[in-house]
Write a protein that binds this ligand. Structure first.
Ligand SMILES: C=C(OP(=O)(O)O)C(=O)O
Ligand SMILES: [Mg+2]
Length: 564
């Protein structure tokens, strides 16, 4: 038995065999020729066999998958023997190129062509590149890339998952996630929470877990046990047998009726529909850049109006907070971000891109106003990465020019939290982006697993800045008798224990992945406002993030009852 500690980012206790995510397939040498004892025909036959093997493997995987994963696997299987791809590779083989390099280059050519066609075709680019890597792996005897295939449920171990892995992760097969990299704000953590999968990140020695070893994973405490004993087996059984959580009833509040609307974080119309079905009271964060990731040109006004309208459609009569483009750092958009910046997290990102690429933000506000005009949602608009009151004021002026009546800012830079009264005096609301606020407060890259313990929203310094923002909002509201809503839309809001603390600190709304609505709703409704305030006090005076988390969790018995 061996215990590995990491950061628990998505609660739940599961037991199963571990399977490791293989490393990316390396690019075959440029200029590699096929072996002297081969021929054009033999090399083409090798390619055809490899493509067919990949197609059959993907078809088999699709037959045991479900939902989105099945659809993606089906589409990729068809692409494996796509005549266009094989013909393009064949031309390179005619010139003497080895099959692996030939399909590598052919994949790039086909992807570029699809990209050029735009629309639905451009969306297939990633599938072509994926299938190309699979064929290369098959030709070179390497493990296939991406989530490993299995007929039985398993716990996936990896260094870190990429956003593209989301599509093929089938939650009926992958029952838990352990990564050696990644922090609480990493892609793995966000994905795990959105799928409701127990997960531990930043578990440095997880890389040494042998494939197939039985492991126990507790996503609440951040513990991984290799070759678990009786106690872990019992804990996993108890968790599996727990009574299922009641669905969120659509009204977030403490047990004594203090209302805290629970909203959803979404990136598309489809997300918004799922959020509405899960009972979200509205949208607290529409990440508009998610509608346009992977594009190399600014979307047209019509495309933008359609994308925002699809989200508004899901929430008639409700509040929808649209965040303007947050390009840069972890969300690069080629038409807005300068790739050569040495330090992108501290670079021209979020609202700052209005200086480097003037016009894009104004056009986006126009599109939001257009879409809002044909819907009856209560549309609020906020800018990311605001650092000063002047920036907040500039944004409010731009919103007014576009006819948008409710401008706000994200508070995710410590300077804005410290000067919250001045910043909030310029706008109508604030939403705390705790993912970035933590990264910038602790000077710890949110993507870096090695810094996961620093990059934790339970850090007392982060909680202090949240308290300051709430106080600043109250002062700005008192000055002109217009109360300011201060919400949280970072991942912190989806941690049920932390959601209680945030409520106690005076936050008005919590916005989260729709999966978290039922757990946050249940835990919030187990405490009175006064109890939440007392727990906030406990967290604020804790010496460390771990102490804050442990002390607050120990005073929330419902967490144990729900297996959280
Ligand atoms: C919600 C946030 O924004 P994002 O994760 O998109 O940077 C945040 O920083 O907390
Ligand atoms: Mg952010």
């Amino acid at each position: 038995m061996r215990t590995i500690k990491g950061i628990g980012v998505s609660p739940g206790r599961v037991l199963g065999p571990s399977l490791r995510m293989p490393p990316p397939v390396p690019e075959p040498d440029a200029g590699s020729k096929y072996a002297p004892d081969s021929s054009v025909d033999q090399e083409k036959a090798r390619l055809k066999d490899a493509a067919e093997a990949v197609r059959e493997d993907l078809k088999h995987r699709s037959s045991v998958a479900s939902g989105d994963a099945k659809a993606v696997l089906d589409a990729t299987a068809m692409m494996a023997t796509d005549p266009m791809l094989l013909k393009a590779a064949g031309k390179h083989i005619n010139q003497g190129m080895a099959a692996d390099r030939a399909v590598w280059e052919a994949g790039l050519e086909v992807a570029a062509m699809l990209q050029g066609l735009g629309g639905y075709m451009a969306e297939r680019t990633q599938d072509v590149l994926d299938v190309r890597s699979r064929i290369v792996a098959q030709l070179d005897g390497l493990p296939a890339p991406g989530i490993p295939a299995s007929d039985v449920p398993f716990i996936l171990t990896a260094e870190e998952l990429a956003p593209a892995d989301t599509a093929t992760l089938d939650p009926s097969l992958v029952i838990g996630l352990v990564t050696s990299g990644g922090g609480p704000q990493s892609h793995t953590a966000i994905l795990a929470r959105s799928l409701g999968l127990p997960a531990v990140v930043g578990a440095a020695s997880a890389d040494s877990i042998a494939d197939g070893a039985e492991i126990y994973l507790d996503g609440g405490t951040g513990t991984v046990v290799v070759n678990p004993g009786v106690a872990e087996r019992e804990a996993a059984q108890k968790y599996a047998a727990r009574s299922s959580l009641p669905a969120f009833n659509g009204v977030g509040s403490t047990s004594d009726g203090h209302r805290v609307p629970l909203l959803a974080n979404v990136g598309s119309g489809r997300d918004a529909e799922a959020a509405a079905a899960a009972g979200a009271e509205g949208v607290g964060l529409l990440r508009t850049e998610f509608c346009f990731l992977g594009r190399d040109s600014e979307p047209s006004l019509e495309e933008q109006v359609a994308a925002y309208g699809a989200v508004f459609d899901a929430f008639p009569g409700r509040k929808v907070v649209v965040r303007t483009l947050d390009a840069g750092a972890d969300k690069p958009l080629p038409f807005l971000t300068d790739k050569s910046e040495p330090n992108p997290a501290l670079g021209v990102r979020g609202f700052r891109t209005d200086r480097s690429a003037p016009g894009v933000l104004a056009r986006q506000l126009e599109a939001i106003a257009d879409a809002a005009g044909s819907h009856d949602c209560d549309v609020w608009v906020m800018a990311p990465m605001i650092s000063t009151a002047d920036e907040a004021s500039d944004f409010a002026v731009m919103c007014a020019a576009a006819g948008l009546a409710t401008p706000g800012v994200m508070i995710e830079v410590p300077a804005a939290a410290i000067k919250a009264e001045a910043v909030l005096s310029k706008v109508k609301f604030a939403s705390l982006g705790t993912n970035d606020l933590t990264q910038y407060t602790m000077a710890a890259d949110r993507q870096l697993g090695t810094l996961a313990s620093l990059n934790d929203p339970w850090q007392p310094a982060v909680l202090q800045l949240i308290a300051m923002t709430v106080q600043g909002g109250a002062l700005a509201g008192a000055a002109d008798s217009v109360p300011r809503n201060v919400g949280v839309c970072g991942e912190a809001a989806s941690d049920p224990a932390l959601a209680v603390v945030l409520t106690g600190l005076g936050v008005n709304t919590l916005s989260m992945t729709p999966r978290a609505l039922s757990t946050v709703g249940a835990v919030l409704s187990s405490v009175t406002l006064a109890e939440a305030q007392a727990l906030a006090g406990t967290a604020l005076v804790a010496r460390t993030a771990a102490e804050a988390r442990t002390q607050v969790r120990s005073q929330l018995p419902i967490l144990e009852q729900l297996g959280l």
